[in-house]
Design a protein around this ligand. Sequence first.
Ligand SMILES: Cc1cc2nc3c(=O)[nH]c(=O)nc-3n(C[C@H](O)[C@H](O)[C@H](O)COP(=O)(O)OP(=O)(O)OC[C@H]3O[C@@H](n4cnc5c(N)ncnc54)[C@H](O)[C@@H]3O)c2cc1C
Ligand SMILES: *[C@@H]1O[C@H](CO)[C@@H](O)[C@H](O)[C@H]1NC(C)=O
Ligand SMILES: *[C@@H]1O[C@H](CO)[C@@H](O)[C@H](O)[C@H]1NC(C)=O
Ligand SMILES: *[C@@H]1O[C@H](CO)[C@@H](O)[C@H](O)[C@H]1NC(C)=O
Ligand SMILES: *[C@@H]1O[C@H](CO)[C@@H](O)[C@H](O)[C@H]1NC(C)=O
Ligand SMILES: *[C@@H]1O[C@H](CO)[C@@H](O)[C@H](O)[C@H]1NC(C)=O
Ligand SMILES: *[C@@H]1O[C@H](CO)[C@@H](O)[C@H](O)[C@H]1NC(C)=O
Ligand SMILES: *[C@@H]1O[C@H](CO)[C@@H](O)[C@H](O)[C@H]1NC(C)=O
Ligand SMILES: *[C@@H]1O[C@H](CO)[C@@H](O)[C@H](O)[C@H]1NC(C)=O
Ligand SMILES: *[C@@H]1O[C@H](CO)[C@@H](O)[C@H](O)[C@H]1NC(C)=O
Ligand SMILES: *[C@@H]1O[C@H](CO)[C@@H](O)[C@H](O)[C@H]1NC(C)=O
Ligand SMILES: *[C@@H]1O[C@H](CO)[C@@H](O)[C@H](O)[C@H]1NC(C)=O
Ligand SMILES: CC(=O)N[C@H]1CO[C@H](CO)[C@@H](O)[C@@H]1O
Length: 571
Amino acid sequence: MGRRISAVAVALYTICLSLPVTFSAHFPRSLSGALVSLNHTVQGRLHAATPIARPCFSWYDHAQVSPDQQACAIVQENYTSPGFRSLHYGNTMNSEWETCMGKSEQCLLDYNNATNPLAYTGTDCDQGSISRYYIEIQDERDLVAAFAFSKASNVPLSIKNSGHDYKGRSTMKDSLALWTRKLTSLSYNKTFVPQGCSVSSSYNAITTGAGNSFQDLYEFADANNVTYVGGYATTVGASGGWLMGGGHSILSPVLGLGVDRVLEFKIVTPDGELRIANECQNTDLFWALRGGGGGTFGVVLESTSKVEPQLTLQVAYFSFNSTATSLREYYEILVNSSVQWSTEGWGGHIIGSTIIYVTPNLALDEAQNSMKNLSDFITAQGGQGIVETLPSWYSFFEKYGIPSQQSVGVLQAIASRLIPKTNFESANGRSQLVDLLVSLPAIYIPVVPPVLFNATRNATSITPAWRDSLWHLISGAVWEYNSTATEIEVMFGVAHNLTLSMRAIAPDSGAYSNEGDVYEVEHETSFWGPNYPALLQIKQKYDPLGLLDCWQCVGWKGSSSKDFECYLPSP
Ligand SMILES: Cc1cc2nc3c(=O)[nH]c(=O)nc-3n(C[C@H](O)[C@H](O)[C@H](O)COP(=O)(O)OP(=O)(O)OC[C@H]3O[C@@H](n4cnc5c(N)ncnc54)[C@H](O)[C@@H]3O)c2cc1C
Ligand SMILES: *[C@@H]1O[C@H](CO)[C@@H](O)[C@H](O)[C@H]1NC(C)=O
Ligand SMILES: *[C@@H]1O[C@H](CO)[C@@H](O)[C@H](O)[C@H]1NC(C)=O
Ligand SMILES: *[C@@H]1O[C@H](CO)[C@@H](O)[C@H](O)[C@H]1NC(C)=O
Ligand SMILES: *[C@@H]1O[C@H](CO)[C@@H](O)[C@H](O)[C@H]1NC(C)=O
Ligand SMILES: *[C@@H]1O[C@H](CO)[C@@H](O)[C@H](O)[C@H]1NC(C)=O
Ligand SMILES: *[C@@H]1O[C@H](CO)[C@@H](O)[C@H](O)[C@H]1NC(C)=O
Ligand SMILES: *[C@@H]1O[C@H](CO)[C@@H](O)[C@H](O)[C@H]1NC(C)=O
Ligand SMILES: *[C@@H]1O[C@H](CO)[C@@H](O)[C@H](O)[C@H]1NC(C)=O
Ligand SMILES: *[C@@H]1O[C@H](CO)[C@@H](O)[C@H](O)[C@H]1NC(C)=O
Ligand SMILES: *[C@@H]1O[C@H](CO)[C@@H](O)[C@H](O)[C@H]1NC(C)=O
Ligand SMILES: *[C@@H]1O[C@H](CO)[C@@H](O)[C@H](O)[C@H]1NC(C)=O
Ligand SMILES: CC(=O)N[C@H]1CO[C@H](CO)[C@@H](O)[C@@H]1O
């Protein structure tokens, strides 16, 4: 059972809100009594927010303002840097979620050239989906206060950590935002025992505050001579949406997904309870948090995950300049080799005509032999490549991961499907898959499903399709800062149709809720398979009033809810 904290704070809210303060769905421009009191309760950590590009504009919210040239120059220099964006609340990594597409409100620079003055001269900077107020969360008391405030005022809540979400789930127009990025505690424990469990089950584990990014975790784990299994982007949060939605790593084929490795969550559920969820208490909630998605069951303050000893990794990197003919042959080699590679522990990324793979399960000569067909092909094409041994995850990540970080601030919609092993096992399946690959405008394939990981039955709530798949296939579409609503709708339609073409060759599989079509068909089945009904019951148990909601999340109220007015109509 959880424990009710700060009953005094809750009572305080009830009193303040009974003052004659009316809360429309929109916040007032100036702080009303209830917000002043909320700010007091959270010790001054209620902040006003504007979109990150606002200093460049001469109009904000339809009123003339002075641009701040110095601040604007800093934003322009760093506009596509994930490190810069993650320091601030007022943005998202995929910039359309800063805007309100449904109302054509935006405050964007040109992500291809942030100094392009056409983006910000003579146009309005609109608030879009950026909350006017956010709380910089410090501890559970802030969350108890926020849930009580939302319950009493009907102001919806949103939760933002790193803002990498592809489906717009970390912003919501006119919501009170809860920003978890400053929860940066870290500790390492060689004999971690989940609270309430018997001491005989102890683990080598790291506990992280919900705001830490993978870069923070990798440095900390390396300093403690252990390996933390996490994602590829330095700035994605290790303990937010990544973890609760599944959490893939290129080590996942051998070591499991984030949800397979987590041991405990510390969370405040919407009923105002601080809870510990693990295999020994709040077990239903623990199961739901292992795949049911972020932003749904409460706000996580901290999580603890198993770590591994330092790993010696074999690394394969290949890249070549493709032509239409050579691209098809390359895809054939990848598709023909994938079953064997999956038995050898290889995980990695295929990014068009470049691959980066790693395995902890082979010796160097075995790795070279395993990659021989691909290596011969790349050599014949005049490309580049290497198979080498690196002594740790961190040495691998420094050499290959950090230099290949994607720039952000782009406007994009993605398409994806988990591709089952069976598609690779017949000649017909392989040729269908190759035909699909050559038809896609661009491909990005995280080779990350946990094929060799020995999962405990029903320990997690992700779709079981993850466990039968070899690839998480991704494609997508991009647009420009000045694209019209109609043009944007077309690009979401393109991504949706690409998803349908992937689904056509894998109709009984599923998709990754964190990286997929915004308009996923039958999303409950795609993301959670047979687990959805149990997830919905658990949602109703811990959030009976539906204080948390997000697009295509468990218990979603649907696209017609006012909270989703910024999404464009389904293609
Ligand atoms: C450049 C890039 C690289 C990526 N690389 C990978 C990868 O290698 N592996 C992978 O699996 N995925 C990857 N992703 C996808 C990633 O898993 C999702 O974007 C995920 O939503 C990020 O979670 P976050 O908490 O960092 O981000 P946010 O966008 O801040 O949050 C995502 C969701 O989680 C909720 N949430 C956040 N914090 C909390 C909290 N403390 N408590 C409760 N709910 C919370 C939010 O409300 C939102 O619904 C990548 C995405 C991008 C853009
Ligand atoms: C909240 O209080 C702090 C400290 O008193 C103040 O600096 C801050 O501006 C207030 N927040 C808002 C949104 O007014
Ligand atoms: C970016 O825009 C500025 C201002 O219009 C222009 O001077 C510059 O040449 C542009 N840069 C690129 C790379 O297009
Ligand atoms: C590690 O966890 C054990 C069991 O929960 C606890 O007794 C011990 O104090 C912890 N050690 C550290 C360094 O936190
Ligand atoms: C899986 O576990 C959850 C949580 O304990 C439970 O609600 C659900 O019924 C289980 N599903 C199956 C198929 O056993
Ligand atoms: C680090 O871990 C490795 C593998 O577990 C071990 O062999 C090595 O001795 C450790 N190094 C230090 C400095 O503890
Ligand atoms: C290389 O390709 C040949 C012919 O397709 C195949 O028989 C062989 O198994 C492949 N070797 C490896 C190591 O994948
Ligand atoms: C691709 O072609 C360019 C231009 O000829 C060359 O500089 C580059 O090295 C090539 N890339 C690879 C991976 O071979
Ligand atoms: C891939 O395998 C098929 C048989 O399924 C074979 O016809 C084809 O030549 C192979 N492609 C390559 C590039 O090895
Ligand atoms: C897989 O895990 C189960 C228990 O969860 C265990 O009984 C079994 O031996 C494990 N198999 C392997 C290959 O490790
Ligand atoms: C978008 O802006 C570019 C210049 O930045 C211009 O060339 C293009 O015509 C504009 N497109 C639309 C739809 O206004
Ligand atoms: C998506 O496919 C449908 C059905 O084939 C088609 O009508 C529609 O035009 C396509 N949309 C886009 C944006 O290509
Ligand atoms: C926080 C951050 O990334 N700031 C950078 C913005 O850009 C300037 C110029 O490139 C850098 O010096 C800052 O470090």
